[in-house]
Design a binder for this molecule. Structure first.
Ligand code: SAH
Length: 397
């Protein structure tokens, strides 16, 4: 049986045309699959019973199976999802209550924390002071999606790179993670009124080694008849593959882009990221400079702080130099510092350790003092191994 879930709008139009049905039938099915998220053909009650039966002879509707659900104490929920072929990936659903933030000047309008970009984490803004919300804030949901089973890039600090790469996910398998995260995520009203959904492509795998399926999944997530999510709530995170960054920028100019930089110079970067041997920072920045300009969106540079390896004052100076280069090329960027999440599975674990709080503070202060927007992220979901770089679902066999 062919799975209908994952078919694009055009794919469904083709299917209905092939069956000699009017075009609106394709649109109806499209909405059922993604806007309503129905779990069976029978739930498509506005299709004639005879048509449902006809479709049922050739097609069915399958979502990945939720093999396990691991809630962590801070409200993140890791879902272990089993795909049709038995392979497993993980998705993380993170609930966050919006808190008002006011700039010290008191003049700028209140900003919402945890609602932009990779807003998956508790973060501190260098330029804002948290204020208690005046009324109970709605709960937003951030979904961290995987794009591959395993990852071939083997960054030394990332557990996904330590499991064997098996295959790319399909667009349907990527989009289904959002549906399942809404259904099985934190039980705190995340999907309730006023709640918003943010998507970060920061789970297992390298999205830009699977750009075709990622683009198709973005279509599903943003189509007004499907998930209808605003582009500004979606961020794709990449190790920085220049040609693929250009391709993403052409095809999806409004999507947020995060680049995992992790070092202020190429030799340091090459120590943690084998892919850096192929693509020096300068090449990645040239691709970023080529992106169609979206004045409202900044590029995010992610920087995992590895104790004693890239978190010293010299490293901060290196990063600031790179930020200067980006700015000179006309690229607006922000820096997201991430505390390293140690992991031990798969053995022998990561050859790194987290830095001290004081070093993180010093690093943050140095980047901030140079005039750049920088946040420090302490990942959520750590006690459920659901934090950044801890998604390493073991597959059977
Ligand atoms: N391949 C993509 C997306 C997946 S990783 C990329 O590299 O961007 C998402 C983010 O988590 C990246 O910035 C990655 O470097 C970071 N990360 C990986 N392992 C981590 C760990 N153990 N602790 C903290 N962050 C980690």
């Amino acid at each position: 049986m062919e799975n209908l879930f994952g078919r694009s709008r055009a794919g469904l139009a083709e299917l209905t045309a092939g069956l000699g049905l009017p075009a609106y039938r394709g649109r109806q099915i499209f909405r059922h699959l993604y806007a309503r998220g129905v779990s069976s053909l029978d739930a498509m009650t506005d299709l004639p019973a005879a048509l449902r039966q006809q479709l049922g002879g050739q097609f069915d509707l399958r979502h990945p199976r939720v093999a396990a659900r691991h809630p962590s104490r801070d409200g993140a929920v890791k879902l272990l999802l089993e795909l049709d072929d038995g392979l497993r990936v993980e998705a993380v659903a993170i609930g966050s209550r919006r808190t008002a933030l006011r700039r010290r000047s008191g003049r700028a309008p209140a900003r919402r924390a945890g609602s932009r970009g990779s807003g998956s984490a508790r973060r501190r803004r260098t330029r804002g002071t948290p204020e208690p919300p005046r009324r109970p804030a709605p709960v937003d949901l951030t979904v961290c999606v995987s794009t591959q089973v395993g990852c071939p890039l083997a960054c030394t600090f990332c557990s996904s790179g330590a499991v064997r790469f098996r295959r790319n996910l399909t667009a349907g398998e990527i989009a289904a993670q959002v549906l399942l995260a809404r259904r099985h995520g934190p039980r705190d009203g995340s999907c309730g009124p006023g709640g918003r959904t943010n998507i970060v492509y920061m789970g297992m795998g390298e999205p830009l080694l699977n750009t075709g399926a990622v683009l198709e999944s973005l279509d599903l997530l943003t189509d007004p008849d499907a998930f209808a999510l605003p582009w500004r709530r979606i961020t794709v995170s990449t190790v920085g593959l220049p040609d693929e960054i250009r391709r993403l920028g052409q095809a999806a100019p409004r999507v947020g882009i995060a680049v995992s930089l992790h070092a202020g110079d190429d030799p340091t970067r090459r120590r943690f990221m084998p892919i850096a041997r192929r693509h020096p920072i300068g090449e990645i920045f040239a691709a970023l400079a080529d992106l169609p300009r979206n004045p409202r969106r900044r590029i995010t540079l992610e920087y995992v702080l590895l104790g004693g390896e890239n978190d010293r004052p010299d490293d901060a100076r290196g990063l600031v130099r790179q930020l200067g280069r980006l700015a000179a090329a006309g690229v607006r960027a922000r820096v997201n510092l991430i505390a390293f999440n140690p992991w031990s599975d798969p053995a022998p674990g990561a050859p790194h350790r987290p830095g001290t709080e004081a070093d993180a503070e010093r690093f943050l202060a140095a980047v901030s003092a140079a005039g750049y927007v920088v946040t420090l992220r302490r990942s959520r979901g750590r006690d459920a191994n659901a934090a950044c770089g801890q998604l390493a679902a073991q597959s059977p066999g």
